[in-house]
Write a protein that binds this ligand. Structure first.
Ligand SMILES: Cc1cc2nc3c(=O)[nH]c(=O)nc-3n(C[C@H](O)[C@H](O)[C@H](O)COP(=O)(O)O)c2cc1C
Length: 169
């Protein structure tokens, strides 16, 4: 599958100058898949060249108001019984205790899970999506949910979703 012809990139014109969109990818991973997916997405966007894309290092708490980014892409694995990975707990707790106003933030969600966990399928991604929405963030497009029991190559589904997601930016 190729994406070259259909992906359109956002750029804003301010005072005649083209503004590059700053896109931050925030992964939450226990065993590496979400990191791999985040890197695949960054590689794809870097190749297209119209965004400045940064992946937040795992365990580093970003500015919890996300003021230094235009668009945030959350790539969230589910562990335990519908819980966020341990590495994401500091961000999760900061969101809940500090309750930042995210009305200026646009975000997307890629949720990784496994349908054999039934009711908790992609639970962490769904919870995090709900928190960002409650705090005023505007989700771009639909949430991407990837089932490890049927798709061993999560990056394939993520890149296919990216094609449509980026059109909604
Ligand atoms: C111990 C364990 C618990 C899991 N619990 C859930 C769960 O409750 N719901 C779900 O949808 N997936 C669950 N998963 C599946 C993971 O979310 C899935 O394999 C994901 O791709 C892992 O991403 P990561 O490698 O970035 O941690 C679990 C996986 C493991 C190993």
């Amino acid at each position: 599958m190729t994406f070259h012809s259909t992906i359109k990139l956002e750029s804003q014109q301010i005072n005649g100058m083209t503004q590059i969109t700053r896109l931050t990818i925030l992964p939450a991973s226990q065993s590496g898949t979400a990191i791999h997916v985040a890197e695949a997405i960054k590689d794809r966007l870097d190749a297209l060249g119209s965004h400045v894309v940064e992946i937040v290092e795992e365990g580093r708490i970003p500015d919890i108001g996300f003021a230094d980014t235009d668009v945030l892409l959350l790539v969230i694995a589910t562990h335990g019984e519908g819980e966020v990975p341990d590495s994401f707990l500091p961000v999760y707790e900061a969101l809940q205790t500090q309750r930042p106003n995210l009305t200026d933030l646009r975000y997307g969600v890629v949720a990784l899970g496994d349908m054999t966990y039934h009711n908790s399928f992609c639970g962490a991604g769904r919870i995090i999506d709900g928190i960002f929405g409650d705090l005023g963030g505007s989700r771009i497009g639909e949430r991407c949910e990837i089932d490890a029991s049927t798709q061993p190559f999560a990056d394939e589904d993520a890149l296919a979703w990216l094609e449509h997601w980026i059109e909604a930016l």
